[in-house]
Design a protein. Structure first.
Length: 360
């Protein structure tokens, strides 16, 4: 992408700024994202949304813009400068939409850049876990009165346990003999976990747990902090869609509470950090707790275990299918990832049992 092309895309949006320079931000794995530096503040984020991954990009952008506007209204009591640091602000395109579609079929959108902010790829202390919990809880709280039925399902069946089991069962039909033998222990764990791992799915399907606006990608790097590591706002809202609170809670826990990376092969190093869990939970409930029903509160720990398990079954399924979805660096990479997540799920159960806390 040349500078001239970047300038052209940026100038399809209603800003009054003079372009100075740009640099690509490489934190994400799906979209192309650029920081646009201008003569005067604010700077901007120019983003190309990957239409090969997301099949309805206009719907995706409508989702995140409408949710952002809703949050802006809820925070309208804040001074304007503070408001722009607490919620993503999208810039309207000259065509009246909030996206520009170029001649190659690519979709672009622009957001106001939040200056003097930082993200964290990993959590190193309980304070970051606590602030992250407050942020993601506050996002759910601020959108609790938004009608989730107005949002499109950006990635159908993304956290659907029955769908993930169906994919797993299909993968057992024709794996290589070698891979089937290597995965024997992990396959047994999946089979033994079937009933427990469908509890939340059944509650969701029967209306026992209501659908809400959920973020669906609550890794800690999608929480924005100020320079003093106090939470500012939630970012990367491409996957905002209807869901249940447990999976947002659980995905954050999955990424915060693993004592090792998800690629770690030495399972002795993979354990569940209960202290980080409690810190995140405290911050989370501090902001969203009053809007959760008793049944939602009861099953938060199971939400954490379920999301850890979903990632494990997805890695295992891809391994049995011959590594067709996730990028791998060696032949057993996906199996090692699956074993890692399953060990983390077991460690979670053990830690809760030690603390005499029920997760179901």
């Amino acid at each position: 992408m040349t500078q001239e092309q970047i300038i052209f895309k940026f100038n399809q949006f209603n800003h009054t700024s003079e372009f100075v320079s740009y640099k690509e931000l490489v934190s994400g794995h799906i979209n192309d994202t650029y920081l646009i530096e201008t003569k005067e503040q604010p700077y901007y984020i120019l983003q190309r949304v990957n239409h090969l991954v997301f099949k309805d990009v206009p719907g995706l952008i409508r989702n995140k813009v409408s949710v952002s506007k809703h949050i802006q209204k809820k925070l309208s009591h804040l001074p304007e400068d503070e408001l722009k640091r607490r919620v993503l602000i999208f810039v309207q395109a000259k065509n009246g939409d909030y996206y520009y579609k170029d001649e190659d079929g690519n979709f672009w959108n622009v957001m106001v850049y939040i200056n003097e902010s930082v993200t964290h790829d990993i959590v190193k202390n309980k304070e970051i876990a606590f602030e992250g919990g407050k942020l993601f809880g506050d996002f759910l709280n601020l959108t609790s009165d938004f009608d989730a039925s107005k949002l499109i399902e950006v990635i159908p069946k993304f956290h659907d346990m029955s769908f993930r089991y169906m994919q797993f069962e299909d993968s057992l039909k024709s794996p290589s003999k070698e891979r089937l033998e290597l995965a024997e222990e992990s396959i047994k764990f999946v089979e033994d976990s079937r009933e427990e791992m469908h509890i939340l799915q059944k509650l969701k399907d029967t209306g026992g747990i209501k659908l809400r606006v959920t973020h669906n990608d609550t890794k800690i790097s999608n929480a924005l902090f100020d320079l003093n590591n106090k939470g500012l706002c939630v970012i990367d809202t491409d996957t905002v869609m209807p869901g249940i609170v447990h999976y947002d809670f659980g995905d954050a826990i999955r990424t915060i509470c693993n004592t090792a990376s998800e690629d770690e092969k030495d399972l002795n190093l993979v354990n569940f950090n209960f202290d980080f869990y409690k810190a995140y939970e405290k911050g989370f409930l501090e902001t969203v707790g009053d809007s959760l029903s008793p049944i939602e509160l009861k099953y938060l720990p199971l939400g954490a275990k379920s999301i850890i398990f979903i990632m494990g079954i997805r890695f295992l399924t891809d391994f049995l299918n011959g590594d067709v979805y996730y990028k791998t660096k060696y032949s057993e990479h996906n199996l090692d990832r699956a074993k890692n997540q399953f060990k983390l799920a077991r460690s979670l159960s053990e830690k809760f049992k030690e603390k005499q806390i029920n997760i179901i």
